[in-house]
Design a protein around this ligand. Structure first.
Ligand code: NAP
Length: 259
């Protein structure tokens, strides 16, 4: 017999995430909070991780409960391996499993390289990149055992194109892309997909707080001539959860700024 084409695909996901358990790191504010709400709206039970702002985490949880979704919040500095482990272990203890991990927590400490301190370098690498190792390494065995998993890492256009005064941030976000592709290779036969989303400039508090002139210049450089919306990032995350044949990719959501 010649080669048999196996066209049967196990329909593991639809946009209905009922029964799925998700962790969103940095899910209390900005992009992460919109991702958390979108997953909950689609039926997932969502654990909202935060570091310092308990009020924001509690507000997002309440909002989700108000529309009939299921969520809880958990404090952990994900740059700390023990705290990241406790986030994952507590989720498994409470919900029995983790199906979806969204590594979204991130910070900036922008400064030109000449003036950049070792502390500012390490803080950004620890929160943005080492956190991805910390959470994913704890969750991966459980995903391998259950034969299903979605790992989505929030990188950035800066990791692809670089950014002035952002050597630390760009290195952390480029590191995420390399990590994503490598882990995708290692898990592709095990029901796990690993992808990144690379947002361009998104209308969050941080971006909107920029001086008007800087913001205007930035927007005029974007082919679509506008900032991205947080729900446009959440849509990309949802797509990557629902599609079982996309892995090792970096989905650019940037209005055409980097192609
Ligand atoms: P944001 O509004 O500043 O929110 C950051 C979130 O991360 C908060 O929930 C914060 O929690 C949490 N966090 C920070 N450090 C943490 C730590 N050590 N452990 C656990 N949680 C921590 O950020 P954002 O603009 O939404 O960005 C979200 C992600 O998208 C980041 O990875 C960022 O690099 C990426 N991104 C953003 C843009 C943009 O235009 N905004 C563009 C490209 C990529 P607490 O408040 O409790 O500290």
């Amino acid at each position: 017999m010649g080669t048999t084409l196996n066209t049967e695909v196990k329909k593991s996901t639809t946009s209905n995430l009922q029964g799925k358990v998700a962790i969103v790191t940095g899910g209390s504010r900005g992009i992460g909070s919109i991702i958390a709400k979108e997953l909950a709206r689609n039926g997932a039970e969502v654990v909202i991780n935060y570091n310092s702002n308990v009020e924001a985490a509690s507000d997002v949880t309440q909002e989700i409960e108000d529309f009939g979704g299921k969520a809880s919040y958990f404090q952990a500095d994900v740059s700390n391996s023990e705290e990241a482990r406790s986030l994952v272990e507590n989720t498994i203890e409470a919900y029995g499993k983790v199906d979806i991990l969204v590594n979204n927590a991130g910070i900036t400490r922008d400064r030109t390289f000449k003036k950049l301190s070792e502390k500012e370098w390490n803080e950004v690498i620890n929160v943005n990149l080492n956190s991805v190792f910390n959470t994913t390494s704890t969750v991966i065995n459980a995903m391998l055992e259950q034969g299903f998993g979605r790992v989505i890492n929030i990188s950035s256009i800066i990791g692809q194109a670089g950014g002035f005064g952002q050597t630390n941030y760009a290195a952390s976000k480029a590191g995420i892309i390399g990590f994503t592709k490598s882990l995708a290779l290692e898990t592709a036969r095990k029901g796990i997909t690993v992808n990144a989303v690379c947002p361009g400039f998104i209308a969050t508090e941080m971006v909107e707080a920029m001086p008007e002139k800087v913001l205007d210049n930035m927007i005029s450089a974007i082919p679509m001539n506008r900032l991205g919306q947080t729900d446009e990032i959440a849509d990309a995350v949802l797509f990557l959860i629902n599609n079982g044949y996309v892995t090792g990719q970096c989905i650019n959501v940037n209005g055409g700024l980097y192609m």
